[in-house]
Design a protein around this ligand. Structure first.
Ligand SMILES: Nc1nc2c(c(=O)[nH]1)N[C@H]1C(S)=C(S)[C@@H](COP(=O)(O)O)O[C@H]1N2
Ligand SMILES: [Mo]
Length: 199
């Protein structure tokens, strides 16, 4: 004897979301900051790319938001084990910001208005893999989550996505940022569970 429960589309299977190892699904959006939230006014905001020879490329808020932007839907993974699937952002691709920047650097240090830093290989910011994001969920990005603008590098643990980002510094040699200095993994691939040094 078999029982069939009719429902929407028949049998409901419990869908296991596609999460990296050790992660759980968060339904809220946790706020994780090492210090207090800086309030950065957009009329004083600027974004600065500094090359290894000291050359600078700068954008005011109006110049930055006039650049072509993309709407992206991505999964994000925090080293403290929460993940959020299908988050919606608008941002300027790093490719666009680097268009006129001449550099031989292989590494980048992201610098934030709160003094936070995080290091990344330059290639992890290229080819549509990273953005400076300024809208979340169809709203201006809230200060708690890094507004006016934050780095968004969803394929790495979320500590690499510097909130209140102020600029990028091109580096010929790799250097550790804030959490990397404190023992977090230098690269931080959630699919290889690279949480801490030695992972
Ligand atoms: N400037 C700055 N960026 C930061 C941080 C920070 O303390 N300062 N925390 C990082 C960490 S550890 C995580 S997990 C994410 C958290 O982003 P959220 O608060 O929007 O969830 O921001 C990252 N970017
Ligand atoms: Mo984090």
């Amino acid at each position: 004897m078999s029982f069939v429960t009719p429902g929407f589309g028949g049998l409901r299977r419990k869908q296991q979301p596609d999460l990296p190892p050790g992660q759980y699904l968060a339904h809220d959006f946790p706020v994780l900051s090492a210090g207090p939230t800086p309030r950065v006014r957009t009329d004083r905001w600027e974004f600065v790319i500094t090359t290894e020879s000291g050359g600078q490329h700068k954008w005011t808020w109006d110049e930055f938001t006039a650049l072509p932007s993309e709407d992206v839907t991505v999964d994000i993974h925090c080293v403290t084990k929460w993940s959020k699937l299908q988050t919606g952002w608008r941002g300027v691709p790093i490719d666009t910001l680097l268009e006129d920047v001449e550099t031989a650097a292989d590494f980048v240090m992201a610098h934030s208005y709160d003094g936070y830093t995080t290091n990344l290989p330059l290639e992890d910011l290229l080819d549509g893999k990273a953005w400076v994001a300024y809208r979340y969920d169809d709203e201006p990005l809230e200060p708690e989550h890094g507004g006016p603008a934050r780095l968004l590098v969803p394929h790495l643990y979320f500590w690499k996505s510097a909130k209140w980002v102020h600029g990028l510094r091109m580096m010929l040699e790799d250097e550790p940022g804030f959490w990397e200095e404190a023992g977090y993994h230098n690269y931080g691939d959630p699919w290889r569970e690279q949480r801490y040094q030695g992972d």
